[in-house]
Structures are given as structure tokens and as C-alpha cells.
Design a protein. Structure first.
Length: 364
């Protein structure tokens, strides 16, 4: 089959998909909050693999904050090639009356900076995992509750196997459109395939998030987020991770500075979709005991006050004990009284930060 015919088939397939997605639009989705407000959610320390949500951790964090969480963020790891719906964690969220915001993690093991031995993006495109994904989608549908989902978070970071570096990089002649870099394009098509599969199964209770990182790696033309993006007709929210220092050796940058560095790229991805800060956090500074609290305060106040960031309609704090043993790099908000007080003060100031999301559509 020659290139021109391949392109024609791709266009026809996209037209059919768009029609299907338009019919899918009237769904149970998370809407942006009213102007001048934003949702506050969090990852609530779900264990070493970030995938074991507990009612106790949700209640503990909400008690510390003095406010309910709009959603609870956690991972759905597909270890050992097992694509499964996270029934237990979703049921915990349902019991707590909180929206699950789920990271779909297509890795068979917790490996960083390398390709996965089981999951390849091209195999998602080919439909190799459709049977398991169908079961996942139908289990999601049965919950009859709104779910936020993101496939392959922080895709522009080469620490994850779904980044373009491990799936073709900047080559453009081995897959799809010869004007697109293969690595990002195959991820884009894998994500499109999953969303189309859910649409065909009439799963209407999913809000889809496309999640990037504010510090792309590698910093090279083909790793631009635009190339990974499935398109506005597929995605509901744009997600971005913005971290302060994550290890004692890391340099500090203000939240607003880091978000500003990726802002133009976000605008090139989509000018209309609401933005969620899917992950943000910082550790304590061993020298300056107020540095973390000041970082958090600057993060939240900049989102509330800076008109440039008006599209940010939700945040999710990464409330984790960190990557090191003995909590030597602790992200948790109660790591010090000043850190906890900084976020409590911001949440209690006016009515900007909301703990109850708006839902569009009727239940199935």
C-alpha cells in the first residue's frame, strides 16, 4: 500500500472516530468549576506503588486540610502484563464520596529510563490488548460514577517507557505520518485507540486527561508535547506536573517559574481545554525550614492571582513520603507545621479552592 493511500485511510478512520466521539460527548464528565474558582484534590499516600487507596489516608489528609478533596489521585499499575481495573481503590473512593483520578500505567515493572519488556505503544495501536482493555472499560462503566483517567502520565519525560525516546524517537519513516516523529506519534495513536475503544463500548463516565511534565526530557524538537497530543476531540483536560525540589541535592525553582516555562507549550497543545496541575509538591529544605511552606504558598497564590494561569481549574498535591527511605525527602503537607499551615491558610482564604466537582450528564 503506497503512502497516499495510507494517508487517505488514516483520514477516513479519523472521520469515523470523530463521529463516534461526538456521539460520546454527552457523558458523565468532570466540568471545569465556575470562573474564579478551582478544584483541590490530592494523591493521599497510596503505598510504595501509589496504587493502594485507603479510606483512613483520605480522611487523615482531609482532616489536616480542613477541607474535602475534589478527587483522589492514584496509580493503576499493569505489573506483569496484567491490565486490570482497580476495583478496591475505586470502591474506597466511592465510599468516601470522592472522584477517582486514575493514572493508567502501561508498565510491567517499575523501570525508569528504558523500554518496557511487555508493553509497547505500537501493540496498543494494533489492538493486542483490546480484550483486557474491554474488560477494564466495562468494569469502569459498571461503577456508574465519574472517573478521571490518564494514559501514560508525564509522557514527555524519558523516565517512563511510554516516552518517545523508547518508541522510535525522532525517526519519521518507520510509522504513520512521515512529517511526524514516530515516538510521539505512536503514543498519540495508542491513546486515541483506547479512547475510541471506550467510546465504542458506550462508556460515558470517563473524563480523559493528557498529562505532561513541566521539565521535558530530553529537550529536543520531537519531544514537544504537541506531537503526543491525541487532539481536542479526544481529551477533556490537560494535565501537567510541576515539582519543586524532589531530592536534597536538587535546585529550587518557584512553582510559577516552572509552570511559566512550559506554558507556551501547553498553549500549543490546546488553547481551550481546562488545565489540572496533576502533580505538584516539594520537600523540606534542610537549610531553610520555611522554604517548603513558602513554595506551596507561592504555588497556590499564583494560580489564584495571576491572570495568565486562569485556565488552571484544578490541582492535585502529591502527598507522598517521598522517594528516599526514612522520609529524607518528604513531600507530605504535614512534614512541618509551617508547610501544613501554608496550605490550610490558602484553602481557608475565600471561596477559591473547591472540594466538590461539577458533573455533567446523567448516570448510565
Amino acid at each position: 500500500m503506497n503512502r497516499s493511500r495510507t494517508h487517505l485511510m488514516a483520514i477516513l478512520t479519523l472521520l469515523v472516530s470523530c463521529t463516534l466521539l461526538l456521539n460520546y460527548a454527552h457523558a458523565l464528565k468532570i466540568l471545569p468549576p465556575p470562573e474564579g474558582t478551582a478544584y483541590f484534590g490530592a494523591y493521599t499516600d497510596a503505598g510504595p506503588a501509589a496504587d493502594e487507596v485507603s479510606i483512613e489516608k483520605i480522611k487523615e489528609l482531609e482532616s489536616q486540610l480542613g477541607q474535602s478533596l475534589a478527587f483522589v489521585y492514584f496509580s493503576n499499575n499493569w505489573f506483569n502484563g496484567d491490565i486490570h481495573f482497580p476495583t478496591k481503590s475505586v470502591e474506597v473512593c466511592q465510599e468516601a464520596g470522592r472522584i477517582p483520578y486514575i493514572r493508567l500505567m502501561p508498565w510491567s515493572e517499575m523501570r525508569v529510563r528504558g523500554s518496557d519488556p511487555v508493553f509497547k505503544m505500537i501493540d496498543f495501536v494494533k489492538g493486542q490488548y483490546d480484550e483486557a482493555l474491554t474488560r477494564w472499560a466495562l468494569d469502569a462503566k459498571k461503577t456508574n460514577m465519574p472517573l478521571m483517567l490518564e494514559f501514560g502520565p508525564e509522557v514527555n519525560g524519558n523516565w517512563f517507557a511510554w516516552n518517545g525516546a523508547w518508541n522510535g524517537g525522532g525517526t519519521s519513516h518507520l510509522y504513520g505520518d512521515p512529517t511526524y516523529p514516530d515516538g510521539p506519534e505512536v503514543y498519540r495513536d495508542a491513546y486515541r485507540h483506547i479512547i475510541e475503544l471506550f467510546a465504542k463500548l458506550d462508556v460515558r463516565n470517563v473524563t480523559w486527561v493528557f498529562h505532561i511534565d513541566s521539565a521535558p526530557a530530553p529537550r529536543i524538537w520531537w519531544n514537544h508535547s504537541f506531537y503526543y497530543y491525541p487532539g481536542d476531540e479526544y481529551i477533556d483536560w490537560i494535565g501537567v506536573s510541576v515539582f519543586g525540589a524532589q531530592l536534597p541535592s536538587h535546585r529550587w525553582s518557584r512553582f510559577s517559574q516552572k509552570l511559566n516555562q512550559i506554558w507556551n507549550e501547553i498553549e500549543e497543545v490546546s488553547r481551550d481545554k481546562p488545565i489540572v496541575i496533576s502533580e505538584f509538591a516539594a520537600i523540606e529544605d534542610r537549610v531553610d525550614p520555611l522554604r517548603k511552606s513558602q513554595w506551596i504558598e507561592e504555588a497556590l497564590s499564583s494560580l489564584r492571582e495571576n491572570p495568565k494561569f486562569h485556565r488552571v481549574k484544578a490541582v492535585s498535591y502529591w502527598n507522598s513520603p517521598g522517594w528516599l527511605p526514612n522520609r529524607a525527602a518528604n513531600f507530605q503537607l504535614n512534614s512541618s507545621p509551617p508547610s501544613l499551615e501554608s496550605v490550610r491558610k490558602e484553602l481557608s482564604a475565600g471561596q477559591f479552592w473547591l472540594g466538590q466537582p461539577l458533573i455533567q450528564g446523567d448516570s448510565q
